[in-house]
Design a protein. Structure first.
Length: 160
């Protein structure tokens, strides 16, 4: 594997979607569609952030999609390309979301995660999320989801 270049987050744009869709298809059993990502680009309360290389600003390493609402932030999708996993990029994307949540004084972050996705569950737990309940048969393929929550009151800086 090549060494990791310098990376920076920025809002996603239409030009990023081919790269995002490639990562999405290689990462999820039921990947989001192009129209789903396009909708997030035009939804006012949606944040769609890509992590790109500083040199060209065109290589997408990962992305996060979440909704900002006054009662809570909802994490919808966080994915890193398979060849870049295990390098802390998902944590970096989580920290961006957590920082915005704290800055906007939003009291909590909610997410659903496949009960079989133990890697993601460990990441969320390490970022302060706790399982609140289970949604049986939540996903289209019948798999159940864990609902996890993190409260942001009293947090001054996110986990590093």
């Amino acid at each position: 594997m090549d060494p990791l270049p310098n990376l920076s987050p920025r809002p996603a744009c239409l030009e990023d979607l081919d790269s995002v869709l490639k990562i999405e298809a290689s990462s999820h059993p039921l990947p989001w569609s192009r129209s789903g990502f396009e909708k997030e680009l035009s939804t006012p309360w949606s944040r769609f952030i890509v992590l790109t290389d500083d040199e060209t600003d065109t290589l997408v390493f990962g992305y996060v999609v979440y909704w900002i609402q006054t009662e809570g932030v909802s994490l919808l999708n966080i994915t890193v390309g398979p060849e870049w996993r295990g390098l802390g990029l998902s944590r970096k994307l989580m920290q961006l979301m957590i920082q915005e949540t704290i800055r906007e004084e939003i009291p909590r972050i909610l997410l659903e995660v496949r009960e079989s996705n133990q890697t993601a569950i460990r990441l969320y737990e390490s970022c302060g999320f706790k399982k609140t309940h289970e949604r049986k048969g939540f996903y289209a393929d019948g798999e159940s989801a864990w609902v996890m929550e993190s409260r942001t009151e009293g947090i001054e800086t996110p986990i590093q």
